[in-house]
Design a binder for this molecule. Structure first.
Ligand SMILES: *[C@@H]1O[C@H](CO)[C@@H](O)[C@H](O)[C@H]1NC(C)=O
Ligand SMILES: *[C@@H]1O[C@H](CO)[C@@H](O)[C@H](O)[C@H]1NC(C)=O
Ligand SMILES: *[C@@H]1O[C@H](CO)[C@@H](O)[C@H](O)[C@H]1NC(C)=O
Ligand SMILES: *[C@@H]1O[C@H](CO)[C@@H](O)[C@H](O)[C@H]1NC(C)=O
Ligand SMILES: *[C@@H]1O[C@H](CO)[C@@H](O)[C@H](O)[C@H]1NC(C)=O
Ligand SMILES: *[C@@H]1O[C@H](CO)[C@@H](O)[C@H](O)[C@H]1NC(C)=O
Ligand SMILES: *[C@@H]1O[C@H](CO)[C@@H](O)[C@H](O)[C@H]1NC(C)=O
Length: 409
């Protein structure tokens, strides 16, 4: 205070006018600089603990970001503590020794994802039923969700049941009356790949108008989470005219065209059969398959085999991810939106592109024994499509939950 007074007096003292102005100039400069720095201080980039603030995500693009190594927050659960992980995703139990792939956090550029808090989430989902519908990548995500939720409740307070003879498996968190189901329908409509375990075929045959056979099992849900991509990755598709029992009449169409046709049937079904006040629907976008290591700078014919670090090149895009398919999906969803039905696309395509390290590779269960030729060349049988658990699908679920809980107001 004293100093300030002296300075003010000093300004009026003509003799010292020059020196005083210089001092004042610096003081004002310092104050302005400090204020500026304070206002522009970036939010702490650590993940915020405590009550998750999902509202703070409004307006943030969750899909634009980068992977950050964070062995403090991840993994969200331990592989051996989740009895529901099946052989194709249990990499540690099938000889995978490194664990860095479990320790990456997705950091959106513009905000932080709330830290996963299983108890809080179960409380918010109390009495609700979530159904995942789709292929084995969707099952991968469903198992991840089951393990995430199961990690905070005693195992005897959970059940896992196959329901009847339909392709439905139900996980229940009993005390919370939360049900998380998986329904196998890789092409959404009736097809020759409908058997949940015996569906190996290179021939794709669909009955395009027949969605009801599967869809009647989806009506009673609070949240529907769809995916359908990999099974369309064939040049063409047979469309059956009639039933699988009676008909041998096919029309052959190119797969992109078939995908559009099936999405239209699916859209119409969703529009007419779902109570959109009760049920929220999501569509998981396509995920990367790391089959060509030359795309990330490796020599020779390699794939995700023996990869242990993510790709750090911004906007990396592998050639197996067909953007044309994404445009077809986007167009279907925007037509639905125009009719008043919102199906949120959960756009995980870009974030999966970077994670060549996170596939099971050779560390998974195989249904048939491997041949000597295969064993001599491990990359020939590496699985570069699915994802080890714990791992990348846990992050898809964190993003999905951010949507579900943000909209559930
Ligand atoms: C976590 O990672 C850091 C390096 O990023 C390492 O120094 C530390 O030992 C790791 N901690 C654990 C528990 O693995
Ligand atoms: C449990 O949730 C289901 C919906 O998923 C509901 O129909 C049922 O009434 C609930 N049961 C109890 C005991 O709250
Ligand atoms: C499975 O259920 C359907 C009805 O959805 C029934 O027509 C069929 O006979 C059942 N199959 C078996 C093997 O139980
Ligand atoms: C399906 O078969 C019926 C009777 O066999 C025929 O009239 C109809 O034109 C066929 N539809 C298509 C799309 O091929
Ligand atoms: C749709 O769901 C809402 C909320 O659960 C309910 O109030 C409404 O009665 C349902 N509408 C129909 C037609 O079932
Ligand atoms: C896997 O990668 C490591 C180092 O990146 C290398 O030393 C090793 O030879 C590779 N293993 C095989 C079987 O290619
Ligand atoms: C989803 O992400 C991809 C890749 O980043 C982008 O090209 C596409 O426009 C996005 N689609 C939507 C609907 O956000």
């Amino acid at each position: 205070m004293e100093k300030k007074k002296q300075l003010i007096i000093g300004i009026c003292d003509v003799k010292h006018m020059f020196e005083s102005s210089v001092i004042i100039f610096f003081i004002i400069g310092a104050v302005v600089t400090m204020a500026f720095c304070y206002a522009n201080m970036s939010p702490p980039s650590v993940v915020v603990h405590g009550a998750a603030n999902y509202d703070s995500l409004d307006g943030c693009d969750l899909f634009s970001g980068k992977w950050v190594h964070d062995n403090h927050s991840y993994p969200l659960y331990k592989e051996l503590q989740c009895p529901y992980i099946t052989g194709e995703f249990a990499c540690g139990q099938h000889g995978r020794m490194d664990s860095d792939y479990q320790q990456w956090r997705w950091q959106p550029h513009a905000c932080n994802l709330p830290r996963f808090d299983g108890k809080e989430i179960l409380e918010k989902l109390r009495g609700k039923r979530i159904i995942f519908v789709g292929d084995s990548v969707n099952r991968n995500q469903w198992v991840s969700m089951v393990c995430m939720l199961q990690s905070v409740i005693p195992i005897e307070k959970t059940t896992l049941q196959k329901v009847g003879n339909v392709s439905l498996i139900t996980f229940k968190a009993l005390e919370y009356n939360v049900s998380v189901d998986f329904y196998w329908a890789p092409l959404l409509v009736e097809s020759n790949a409908d058997h949940p375990s015996m569906h190996k075929t290179n021939d794709r045959i669909v009955r395009i108008e027949s969605i009801e056979k599967h869809a009647k099992n989806w009506v009673n849900a609070d949240v529907l989470v769809f995916n359908s991509y990999l099974w369309w990755r064939m040049p063409e598709l047979k469309i059956l005219n009639g039933s699988f029992e009676d008909s041998k009449q096919y029309n052959i169409v190119d797969s992109h065209h078939g995908y559009g046709m099936v999405l239209e049937v699916w859209s119409n079904w969703l529009y007419t059969h779902i109570n959109h006040t009760r049920t929220r629907s999501y569509f998981m976008s396509m995920t990367a398959t790391h089959l060509r290591a030359n795309e990330w700078g490796k020599k020779g014919v390699q794939n995700c085999f023996n990869e242990t670090t993510p790709i750090m090149k911004d906007k990396f895009w592998e050639s197996g991810s067909d953007s044309k398919m994404m445009r077809i999906l986007e167009s279907s969803l925007s037509k639905l939106k125009a009719k008043g039905v919102t199906v949120q696309m959960v756009n995980i395509s870009q974030l999966t592109q970077y994670r060549k390290d996170a596939h099971p590779s050779i560390h998974r269960m195989y249904n048939s024994p491997l041949t000597t030729t295969q064993l001599l060349k491990p990359s020939s049988y590496a699985d570069c499509t699915h994802w080890c658990l714990p791992g990348v699908p846990d992050v898809w679920n964190e993003i999905l939950l951010a949507y579900i809980l943000r909209e559930d107001k």
